[in-house]
Write a protein that binds this ligand. Structure first.
Ligand SMILES: [Zn+2]
Length: 253
């Protein structure tokens, strides 16, 4: 499949696309990337991540301007950018919208001794480290709930127990924030029933992926996928078998 898509076959490279939405009342960021923390930070993810905080400033935004951070799920590459080394909030004025199912699951230290694998244990410890400083600033996401006007969650469990996609609607247009319903624009679209190594419940993840891809293709909705090539926006087309991805062209500045 990779060769057919003119991609390298020896390794996969996944981007981390963070979306910032200004709805006129609030500055809203979707996920945080893997962060800058020395202990729970980007080192697991290669040399490229960990730049969001400085890039926000370069783009003209102060981290203290962020009013709301909406998490698709509580995996390291999506929420480990919430705090610094001393566990101070990097976004001091932000509330955090997160599935309560994911929040409970990924901050539950009592299950750490029973978790097999160093990486898997670290996932809970690091997520606890990042989320707890926002414990009194949570916006609970439960099921298909509207988070703020114009942004509604779509419960898509499987990759994590509380994984949530979001649909952003404005002036007759919409964008679906896909999170990790599909990690790769070729592999998991051409063969959406393939399971992914880090799915908590792979069978449920497949059901959520297939349902969402069908909705995107049928309703002709644009999506933003966290791990697709930057900026991760595009449409999904139904094929005889599986789906294909059509990136949205980036206008020249
Ligand atoms: Zn991810």
């Amino acid at each position: 499949m990779l060769r057919g898509a003119f991609l390298p076959t020896e390794k996969l490279e996944l981007d981390q696309n963070v979306l910032l939405v200004d709805n006129g009342k609030q500055l809203i960021m979707f996920d945080t990337g893997s962060g800058i923390n020395a202990e729970y930070g980007p080192m697991e993810f290669g040399p490229k991540p960990g730049k969001l905080y400085e890039n926000l400033r370069i783009a003209g935004f102060d981290p203290s301007d962020i009013d709301l951070i909406v998490l698709t799920h509580a995996h390291p590459d999506h929420c480990w950018g919430l705090v610094d080394d001393a566990q101070n909030r990097l976004y001091p004025n932000a509330q955090v919208a997160v599935s309560m199912v994911d929040y409970s699951y990924w901050t539950d230290l009592s299950r750490v001794p029973n978790i097999q694998g160093t990486l898997q244990r670290k996932a809970v410890l690091g997520t606890h480290f990042n989320l707890i400083p926002y414990a009194d600033r949570l916006v609970p996401v439960v099921g298909d709930k509207e988070v703020v006007p114009g942004i509604a969650a779509i419960a898509t469990p499987g990759h994590t127990p509380g994984h949530s996609a979001y649909i952003i609607s404005s002036a007759g247009e919409s964008l679906v924030v896909l999170g990790d319903l599909s990690h790769h624009q070729v592999l998991l679209l051409q063969r959406p029933t393939m399971e992914f190594l880090f799915d908590t419940d792979p069978a449920a993840a497949v059901r959520s992926r297939v349902k969402m891809l069908d909705m995107l293709a049928t309703d002709r909705l644009e999506a933003l996928a966290f791990h697709f090539p930057f900026p991760g926006r595009g449409h999904v087309l139904k094929q005889a078998s599986g789906y294909s991805y059509l990136p949205t062209p980036i206008p020249l500045q």
